[in-house]
Design a protein around this ligand. Sequence first.
Ligand code: UD1
Ligand code: CA
Length: 469
Amino acid sequence: MEICAVVMAAGDSKRMKSAHSKVVHQVAGKPIIKWVSDSLCEAGCIDQVFIVGDKQEEIRNVLGESVAYIFQEQRLGTGHAVMQAAPYLEGRNGYTIVLPGDSPMVKDSTITSALDLIEKNDFAAVVFTAVAEDPTGYGRIIRDDNGNVNRIVEHRDATEEERQITEVNSSMYVFKTSLLLSVLGRLGAKNAQKEYYLTDTIELLINDGLSVGALVCDFDDTRGVNDRYQLMQASQIMNKRILRKHMLNGVQIMDENSTWIHSGVEIGMDTVILPGCSIIGNTRIGEGCLIGENTRLEGAEVGDGTEIDNSVASFCVIGKDCRIGPFSHIRPDTVIKSFVTIGAYVEIKNSVIDDYTRARHLTYIGDSTVGKNVNFGCGTVTCNYDGQDKVGCIIEDNVFIGGNSNILASVRLGKDSYIAAGSTITSDVPALGLGIGRSKQINKEEWVAKKNRLRGANYIQLDSKRSEV
Ligand code: UD1
Ligand code: CA
C-alpha cells in the first residue's frame, strides 16, 4: 500500500503571540511538528510533505531533509494548502493522510486505524472526528439518517441547528490519493471566510457517489495547539501519557501532577520518582534509583541504585549506587563514577570523580580530576579560575582534605596524601605527604583577664540589650 502524508503547517500562528512558528514550540521536550512527523513514521508513513509558510526555516531546522516541503505563498485556506501538494501526489496510488501541523497529540495507532478503516470499507476518505464538550469554532460533522457522513460545515457557515452538533472535524483525514486529486480542483471559496475549505472535499466525494467514513477519536487525541493555553493543556496531557508509559514499565511515580518527564527520557524498573521532579532532555536513569523530591535532571545519565534528593544535575554522568544531595548541583561535563557521595551545597563542574569519593558538604570542584576514595572536608574549594583561564587540580586516590581548604589551579595532590584543615595549597603535595598551608597558631596566655574581656558575667546584661543590637 502506497501511503504518503500532507501536513498543513503554513499558518501564521497569530494566536500564539510568538516570534516563532507555533509548530516549533515544544510539548514534552519535542517540537509540535516533530510529534506529528514521528507519529506518521510510527504508523509506517515516511513519505511526508509539509506545506509551509513564512517561518519555514524553523520547521526545516526541526525536521531536516528527510521530508519534503512546499511553500504556500498565499494562505487561502486548508483546501488551498492541500492543492499545493497536488503535483507531489500526481500519479500515485494508495492513500494520502492529511494532518494539521499543530496537532501533537495524534497517535500512530489512530492513523493506523484510519488506514484500516478506509481499506476494509473501500471508502473514498475517512475523517477523524471527535465529540467536543464545547464545539464552538470547529467544523461540524453532518451525518445522514443512516448515520453516514454527508458533509462538514464550518462553524461560521452553520445554521443554529447544525451548531448544536457536538461531533467535530479534527482536520485529520485519510483520502484515496486519486480521489483526493479528482476533487481538489473543484473546490470553491464561496463561504463566510472566502477560503478554499478542505472540508468541502467530503461533500464533493459524496456527490460523486462515493462514501466517506468517520473514525471517532478521543477528543484529547485530536487537540490542536493554537495559543499558549492550549499549549499548556497539550503539555499536561502528553506528560500524563508519558508518565503512564513509564509506570506500566515498572517505574513508581508518586504524583502525576507535579512530575514532568520529557519524551526522550528512559527510566529503569523499580526506580521511584518522588513529587516535584523535572526529568528532561535525553536523561537516562537506571534501575532501582530514588529520584526527588524536587530534582531536575537534564540530559543526565544515572546508574542503577543511585539516589538523588532535591538536586540539579545537567549534561553529566552519575554512576551506580551514588548518594547525591540534598541540594547538590552537578553541572555539565561532570563524570561521577560509582558509590560516590555528594552532599549539601556541593557544586561540581567539568570534573571526573572516581569511585567511593565523598564530598558531603559545602564544596566546589571545577575542571578537576579526582581519584578513588578521596575525602573532601566541609568547605573545600578547587580554585580553578585565575581570572584568565580555568584549570582544575589533580587529586589522586585516597587523599584526605581537611575542612575549609583551598586547592589552587593545576596543583597535584599525590596518592594517599593529607591536607591539613584550613590550608591554601599552592604547590603539589607528594604521595603519602602532609600539606599544611596556613599560618601558625599563637596563644596569648591570660589575654582575656588582662584586657578585661570576660564575657560570661555580662550574660544577663547582654540579654537585656538584645533588642538594641
Ligand atoms: C479547520 C477545519 C475545521 C476543523 C478544525 C479543527 C477547514 C476549513 N476547517 O478549521 O473543520 O474543525 O480545523 O482544528 O479545514 N493551513 C495552511 N494553509 C492555509 C490555511 C491553513 O497550511 O492556507 C494550516 C494551518 O497552519 C493549520 C491547519 O491548516 O495547521 C488548519 O487551519 P486553520 O486555519 O487552523 O483551520 P480551522 O479554522 O481551525
Ligand atoms: Ca486550527
